[in-house]
Design a protein around this ligand. Structure first.
Ligand code: ADP
Length: 427
């Protein structure tokens, strides 16, 4: 800048001394233009040579320009290197992951995937980018769940590369119309789970026959009028009681095993819930009478369910017997079956019983989880009733809700989706 000003002033001075103002100004402008051209060429050469060469030497304005450009270039390079390192680390990390990860763009097209996605989903780096994920995972369960259950607990499908492998799949929505598909091989877990189920089912089944024999003998002893057996009678009664308990336990375990076999086809039929409940109440009337428990019914006779009658009978019966079991003498049990605002319907069993402390409510549907083990056993409970209820409801797309206040009572309600519910005039 100083050079430009100095040259122009010199031109003006020489112009006024010599009287050739225009000529001198022209010469000084020519000098400035040449000077600029010289450094522009230097800049161009330097930029063409690349960032590894030091910037050209210059003073004044051009020196400042070279210095700033050089600084920017260096920091841009450092940022690029850092980014490349980060991408490298990210790629290393994702390829070490045992889970398949696929980044999906608009219309669920494949944008990126990791190493495990090649092995579990059969994707190929070069050819499959940009294609829709549904071209590769064609299982109907995947297509049905893929969009509807984004981000939720996931769903299981057979692996596209091998039908014998099971994949747990999660679909997680991201910003900018992107989403992430994660798939985990859960075959081993499923095998172990199956082994556990088979073991419980086999043990329960094997115990059934010897127990039937033992119960037969105990019954014979109870019925025998032999005076020699009289003093043994209290023990025989206790044996009868305990073998009944064991029988109930085995039956509940077998029922749970059956419910867990997902392959089993549910026999869906039209169920008149009001009639089913009346049948259940009749069956438990003697028990309720023994405790002077009043039973109130409010049953919508025109609302029906689509489902498996035997399974629903077990579930509702468990809720009803629990209500009797955990309600003290002179209590009230109210059973309500009615439609809900969302088009579904709910069956509620409300008792004036002992209630459940809040911290236990989340766990009472676990197998053998009891608030008070002694009390449950004394009352003939197996600890499996609510686990059965939960399984049955799961298989009917229904939810169990529990509200309870200690020493006031409990409300167990089964909420059925509108798809399972219909009334007299529909279907
Ligand atoms: P159990 O055979 O012991 O009744 P369940 O699975 O049916 O097993 O119930 C689990 C536990 O939940 C019970 O042991 C009891 O502590 C509690 N429970 C279930 N129903 C009721 C109820 N209506 N009132 C109070 N507690 C209940």
């Amino acid at each position: 800048m100083q050079f430009v000003i100095f040259t122009l002033i010199a031109g003006l001075l020489l112009g006024s001394i010599t009287g050739e103002m225009a000529g001198m100004l022209f010469i000084s402008l020519l000098v400035v233009a040449t000077w600029n051209f010289y450094y522009q060429r230097k800049l161009l050469r330097w930029l063409q040579k690349g960032r590894n060469n030091p910037p050209p030497e210059a003073n004044g304005m051009w020196g400042e320009i070279f210095h700033l450009l050089n600084r920017r270039q260096q920091s841009h390079h450092r940022r690029k290197t850092r980014l490349a390192q980060m991408v490298g680390r990210f790629q290393e990390m994702t390829s070490a992951l045992p889970d398949a990860a696929v980044l999906l763009g608009e219309s669920d097209t494949i944008v990126w995937f990791n190493q495990a996605a090649k092995q579990l989903l059969g994707l190929h780096q070069s050819s499959d980018m940009g294609q829709r994920i549904s071209n590769f995972i064609r299982h109907p369960h995947f297509l049905q769940k893929f969009n509807s259950e984004a981000g939720e607990s996931g769903f299981t499908i057979p692996a596209p590369v091998d039908e014998n492998l099971s994949l747990q799949v999660w679909h997680i929505p991201l910003a900018h119309n992107q989403s992430l598909l994660i798939a985990r091989d859960v075959s081993q877990q499923q095998q172990l789970e199956q082994m556990r189920r088979d073991f419980v089912a086999n043990v329960s089944h094997e115990m059934r026959t010897p127990l039937t024999v033992i119960r037969g003998f105990i019954e014979n002893m109870s019925d025998a009028a032999d005076p020699n057996l009289k003093e043994w009678m209290p023990s025989v009664d206790m044996m009868a009681q305990q073998s009944d308990r064991m029988g109930n336990l085995i039956e509940d375990l077998l029922l749970l095993s059956k419910l867990e076999q997902r392959q089993e086809q549910r026999e869906q039929m039209r169920i008149v819930v009001a009639t089913l409940i009346k049948e259940i109440v009749n069956g438990g009337q003697t028990l309720a009478n023994a405790k002077n428990i009043r039973i109130e019914l409010n049953l919508d006779e025109n609302t029906f369910l689509m489902g498996n009658e035997r399974e629903l009978y077990s579930a509702f019966n468990n809720l009803f017997t629990n209500a009797i079991r955990y309600t003290p003498v002179d209590g009230i049990i109210h059973i309500d079956w009615s439609k809900e605002d969302n088009g579904g319907a709910a069956l509620s069993v409300i008792d004036s019983g002992i209630g459940i402390p809040a911290q236990h409510i989340n766990r009472i549907t676990e197998r053998f989880y009891r608030v008070d083990t002694g009390r449950s056993r004394d009352m003939g409970g197996t600890g499996l009733g609510l686990a059965i209820v939960k399984h049955v409801l799961n298989r009917h797309n229904a939810q169990l809700k529990v509200d309870s206040t200690l020493n006031v009572g409990s409300k167990f309600s089964c909420h059925f989706d509108s798809e399972q519910v219909f009334d007299k005039n529909s279907r």
